[in-house]
Ligand binder design. Structure first.
Ligand code: NDP
Length: 329
């Protein structure tokens, strides 16, 4: 049977304004870093994407290097766009990025105008798109003038190959610099994509304050610390988990006894809130009004559906927050 999007798709999701822009993003967005490459089951990947759309998740986040192999997540997503999601482009916010190693030689990495412009052209071809909604500089490049990297984002937006400009993995000072340059160029920074979870607290040391003050959106990635902030590793490493797969970015040795003890204690605290640990970890990100949307991953439709339950309770008492910080240490 041909896929038909659910008529109810906008009835439950919450949409938040992204900084000072006209763009609304769903409170939960879906990333295609893992589980959407050629190594993965394409039927499962397709089902996750269409189920997300059915549940009001309008934002899909990609990058040139997602796979494996690099590029294959974009190609697979392009297939879904062409078939299941054909006719729905205007209901979707699609992002991609360039900044990490993509091809051989000096023009396939970091933040030069040469790399960003050519990479986006390749991404557009792989996805079969004329434009993406958000194009990111995937990481700060200390060896390229920030004016050049931001100039590339401005050029890309002016060419109509992206509607908005974003940065990812930029610290607070780098973000302030990017905001200033982009403002001068007339293409304001839409959003920053940092790694942020109960385990990864760096954005609390200035970045979120900068984004709040400048009214720029914030889309934290790996909110579940790649799956560690769930109950899945409490009884060992499941073979079908990210840490259990050879191509998973999460390695077994990152699931340390110290982390497991914290996960166990967080799991107990989550129970007192009538949430699973996964839901508490996602809700914990969304408790801050400066966060536009939380960027999740999922290896099954069930996980995706489950994770969206975080929207039911995103408030924490001062005591719960203290307990979380006490457990994390
Ligand atoms: P998460 O921290 O949300 O981890 C996702 C993983 O957690 C899933 O693959 C699954 O692991 C597990 N999981 C998800 N939901 C549940 C659930 N309800 N119950 C139990 N387990 C669950 O995010 P990701 O690390 O996947 O990152 C999300 C997105 O962020 C990426 O797809 C990408 O778009 C973006 N990103 C950006 C980066 C950047 O540099 N800008 C870097 C990394 C990510 P399992 O597979 O084991 O089942």
């Amino acid at each position: 049977m041909a896929y038909e999007p659910a008529k109810t798709r906008y009835s439950q999701m919450k949409y938040n304004r992204c900084g000072n822009s006209g763009l609304m993003l769903p409170a939960v967005s879906l990333g295609l870093w893992h589980n959407f490459g050629y190594v993965d089951d394409f039927k499962v990947a397709t089902d996750i994407i269409t189920s997300a759309f059915d549940l009001g998740v309008t934002h899909f986040d990609l990058a040139n290097n997602y796979g494996p192999p690099p590029g294959s997540a974009e190609t697979n997503f392009g297939k879904v766009l062409k078939k299941e999601l054909a006719g729905y482009r205007d209901e979707l916010i699609i992002s991609t990025k360039a900044g990490y190693t993509m091809w051989d030689g000096p023009y396939g990495d970091w933040g030069s105008k040469k790399y960003l412009v050519s990479s986006l052209d390749q991404s557009l071809k792989r996805m079969g798109l004329d434009y993406v909604d958000i194009f990111y500089s995937h990481r700060y490049d200390p060896n390229t003038p920030m004016e050049e990297t931001m100039g590339a984002l401005d050029l890309i937006v002016r060419q109509g190959k992206a509607l908005y400009a974003g940065v990812s993995n930029y610290g607070p000072e780098q973000t302030e610099q990017a905001i200033a340059i982009l403002n001068k160029l007339g293409t304001p920074l839409l959003i920053n994509q940092p790694k942020y979870s109960m385990f990864e607290r760096a954005p609390e040391k200035g970045l979120i304050d900068v984004l709040g003050r400048e009214n720029v959106g914030c889309i934290p990635f790996s909110p579940l610390a790649q799956g560690m902030l769930t109950n899945k590793y409490l009884k060992g490493i499941p073979t079908d988990s990210r840490a259990g797969k050879v191509h998973g970015f999460l390695k077994v040795d990152q699931v340390t006894p110290d982390k497991l003890e914290k996960i166990t204690n967080l799991n107990e605290l989550a129970k007192t809130r009538n949430q699973t640990l996964a839901l508490m970890a996602l809700a914990w990100i969304l408790k801050d009004s400066r966060i536009t949307t939380v960027l999740i991953g999922a290896s099954s439709v069930k996980q995706l559906e489950d994770s969206l339950g975080c929207l039911e309770n995103t408030t924490f008492s001062a005591d719960e927050l203290l307990q979380i910080d006490g457990i994390i240490g």
